[in-house]
Design a protein around this ligand. Sequence first.
Ligand code: CP
Length: 300
Amino acid sequence: MKSLISIRDFSKEEILHVLETAREFEQNRVQNFLEGKVIASLFFEPSTRTRLSFETAINRLGAKVIGFSDASNTSQSKGETLKDTIKMVNNYVDMIVMRHPLEGSSRYASEVATVPVVNAGDGANQHPSQTLLDLYSILQTQGTLEGLTINMVGDLKYGRTTHSLLQAMSHFNPKFIFTAPEELKMPKEYKDFLDRRGIEYIETTSLNEYLNDCDILYMTRVQQERFTDLMEYERVKDVYTLNASMLGNVRDNMKILHPLPRVTEIDQDVDDTKYAYYFKQAENGLYVRMAIISYLLGYR
Ligand code: CP
């Protein structure tokens, strides 16, 4: 039995296998081979894309979904622990998909459960299913994952999608540009991870400095919900806004990704440029999550 808690739980071969299966699902998105299965969708934190694409994936595979999108309607509000909730739900289902604000909560759930657990985001830590759809989108737009320059922009401190993506891309000889204000720099543990693997990265506070030198511009939202000091959030919340007039000299193959939701970091005038890929990226979440579920349940 295998869970997906951190992107490091999957080898390079497993990552490539899931991406290939996702490609097959994109070509044929109605499959019913999970008929009779039930999958829990437990969202202790708000979500639009992750929850809806997982639940659509479950339905398209022929399984049924149970769960909640608002934990205030559950017995957690009466004081039930996460451990007890997982032990109960585990009795009803074949897999658990869970988002929770606490870092490490998904790992903990996977230790309590006897069915596979998928981490749909645990605090500022990891968001591995997002990473697999990011990789799928990178492969789709660049034709390869090898040797690319990825410019990560925005909240690199709390942005769990950047942490997972950095680790996954480390299999494919990348170069990184980290564009962030001092307060939201990439944490040391992730830079140490790259140093140990001899992977190059540059840090800057200027969005313009390396805008023309990347294959993927990975924009992120400043994660208001992770700040303990709201004054600090106010200082940095609008630090970068990408608009269409800034894209005049970017690489022809460059694509802009964003895990979404966006707030002010990408102006709507970018949406109609050939560089914008974030809505297709969100669509890809469906195919990739179908592939993750199939793989973890031993069907593909
Ligand atoms: N990308 C992402 O996790 O979006 P949601 O918060 O809407 O699920």
